[in-house]
Design a protein around this ligand. Structure first.
Ligand SMILES: NC(=O)c1ccc[n+]([C@@H]2O[C@H](COP(=O)([O-])OP(=O)(O)OC[C@H]3O[C@@H](n4cnc5c(N)ncnc54)[C@H](OP(=O)(O)O)[C@@H]3O)[C@@H](O)[C@H]2O)c1
Length: 275
């Protein structure tokens, strides 16, 4: 698919993966709709894309994706400006990580579902009639390895990403006859984003993702652009994640043992002693 001139909506374009994705669509000369809550960031990115002189156009729309009226307005404004939607990148999202009983019921639990799940569902729901009418379109959902392997402190984030996985799989099978593609991308740890600033959990243990599995926001943005050219039901990046994912599917008790003994018990040692 030629990307030049295509109308691409990128949610969460004010930082991290979304910002990088939008920038790369700008390099390709797309008509990029930049949306998030932080208007100053979106405007600065729109200016940067304009300065690339690739023929790309931008439309900045401030929206809080936990609000249905903002989502409706995002799609209406996009249609008023460009008259179609070729690609919707549902990227906006965040994680609040902690032991379940320590997560705030509203600020951490409901808020994550509101943006990470309902934001994706409602934005797609609003864009779909446009794509059905066009008999073309591509929905790209930003999942995560947490949508395939759920680890301690990620209960709600993993539940959200598993929900996005199920939603995308069913949708893909609904909309294909209308010429609409649904792709899912599953990045592992991405270091150059603001995700960690919102996560709110400081680990004591040193267990972390090995360096060779880490990605930059640019790596993921490039992969999203590639997906437009070649849709894929599921794309794990880096692909080596397939081995832990298969291990988790086939032998979950092995992953249980490792997570519990290498993470949960050392992290909660003091609390366990109190009992
Ligand atoms: N970083 C990782 O390791 C990693 C790995 C796999 C998948 N992911 C996924 O990648 C996506 C992007 O994350 P990131 O790492 O790039 O983090 P990030 O730098 O914190 O970016 C998150 C984006 O989501 C937007 N957002 C958050 N709440 C929103 C709301 N209520 N309404 C509208 N926009 C909202 C933020 O914009 P405003 O604050 O301006 O609204 C921001 O643009 C998320 O879906 C995340 O789950 C991340």
């Amino acid at each position: 698919m030629e990307i030049n001139g295509k109308v691409v909506v990128v949610t969460g374009a004010s930082s991290g993966i979304g910002e990088s994705t939008a920038r790369q669509f700008g390099r390709e000369g797309a008509k990029v709709v930049l949306t998030a809550r932080r208007l100053d960031r979106l405007e600065a990115l729109a200016q940067e894309i304009h300065d690339m002189k690739t023929g790309a156009e931008t439309l900045v729309i401030q929206a809080d994706l936990s609000r249905l009226e903002d989502i409706e307005s995002l799609i209406t404004q996009t249609m008023n400006a460009f008259g179609r939607i070729d690609v919707l990148v549902n990227n906006a999202g965040f994680g609040r990580l902690n032991w379940l009983e320590k997560l705030d019921p509203e600020k951490d639990i409901e808020a994550q579902f509101d943006v990470n799940v309902l934001g994706v569902v409602q934005t797609t729901r609003q864009a779909l009639p446009v794509m059905i009418k066009q008999r073309s379109g591509h929905v790209i959902n930003m999942c995560s390895i947490a949508g395939l392997i759920a680890t301690p402190t990620y209960t709600i984030y993993a539940a959200c990403k598993h929900a996005v996985h199920g939603f995308s799989e069913a949708l893909r099978r609904e909309v294909k006859p209308w010429g609409i593609e649904v792709s899912m991308i599953y990045p592992g740890g991405v270091t150059t984003t603001e995700f960690g600033q919102h996560a709110g959990f400081k680990r004591k243990t040193q267990t972390a993702t090995p360096k060779f599995l880490l990605l930059s926001a640019e790596d993921v943005g490039r992969a999203v652009v590639q997906l437009v050219r070649r849709p894929r039901a599921m794309w794990l990046i880096p692909w080596l994640w397939i081995f832990p994912v298969l291990l988790n599917k086939l032998f979950p008790s092995v992953v249980d043992y490792s997570s519990i003994h290498k993470f949960t018990i050392p992290e909660r040692e003091e609390e366990l002693k109190e009992m």
